[in-house]
Design a binder for this molecule. Structure first.
Ligand code: PAF
Length: 278
């Protein structure tokens, strides 16, 4: 479906029939990570809407909006096979009609990690999700834990703006060598792809250190940097231990904290994270 009106009418019919509505927002180029979010939505709801919309407002200038991978027909086939009830693929004008001038800014937790480097990114994500939530009016919406900061931002926005939507988190799905699945993995050349598994090895080293009793963030960073540093093509953009709800830096592990990392391989920026639990 292409228009908000079509989706709104369909969802209203489902709701009148007492159905619980699930929603998975995506930007397409679907992989097993997305499909696991879809499976979770299908388990938790009677009817599931998946949106495919490459949201221009969450890409900064110089980012990969123009080259973002697209595979619309393949995506539709995957979603149909998965048993999704409606695919919503609006045009940019449908989502941001002429005169659109609102931006949702979730402050504080957007200022660390990715927010430091992608200045308008989370405003773009929060704004488009608020619009999509208003169109689809789901009972539940599913987001992946790989984008942990995005998940925290959406949860904060849903609480603050009183959307009555349960936000569910889907686990990170990994390739055999541990690389977290991402549409952007397709940008990696074969040497970069080979070395990219070092991110997961670095995060796993952190988990191991914590299980041996390490609690100090700086010492955890040193160990992770040492592992990631073994890949000559990797450049760490950030590596930070933060509170999983507020995204504020944590110096010492006293309660579960999120160790989040962004690493460049050439022009490709990959993110990953792990919860460290003392
Ligand atoms: O995670 C994504 O793919 C996007 O940020 C989202 C949530 C679909 C909003 O455009």
């Amino acid at each position: 479906m292409r228009t908000a009106e079509q989706v709104g009418k369909l969802v209203d019919r489902w709701r009148s029939a007492g159905r619980r509505i699930g929603f998975v927002p995506t930007m397409g180029a679907l992989h097993k990570g997305h499909l696991s979010l879809v499976s979770l939505a299908l388990r938790e709801a009677d009817r599931v809407v998946v949106s495919i919309f490459v949201n221009p407002t969450q890409f900064g200038s110089g980012e990969d909006l123009g080259s973002y991978p697209g595979a619309f027909n393949e995506d539709l086939a995957k979603l149909e096979k998965a048993g999704v009830h409606c695919v919503f693929s609006p045009s940019v004008d449908e989502v941001f009609p002429d005169g659109f001038s609102t931006s949702v800014n979730v402050s504080g937790l957007t200022e660390t990690l990715c927010g430091k480097y992608r200045l308008e990114h989370f405003n773009g994500v929060a704004t488009v999700c608020a619009i999509l939530f208003s169109i689809v009016k789901p009972d539940i919406a599913v987001f992946g834990r790989k984008d942990a900061q995005q998940l925290a931002v959406i949860r904060r926005m849903v609480d603050d703006l009183r959307f009555s939507i349960d936000i569910l988190a889907g686990e990170i799905i990994r390739e055999c060598d541990g690389l977290a699945m991402s549409s952007r993995n397709s940008y990696l050349n074969s040497s970069e792809r080979k070395q990219a598994s070092v991110i997961y090895r670095g995060l796993s080293r952190a988990t191991e250190l914590v299980s041996e009793g390490e609690r100090v963030a700086e010492r955890i960073y040193d160990a992770v940097r040492e592992v990631i540093g073994t890949a000559p093509l990797a450049t760490i953009q950030y590596l930070e231990l933060v509170d999983p709800v507020t995204m504020m830096p944590v110096e010492k592990l006293t309660t579960p904290a999120l160790l989040a990392v962004a690493v460049y391989f050439g022009h490709t920026r990959l993110i990953d994270n792990v919860i460290l639990n003392r």
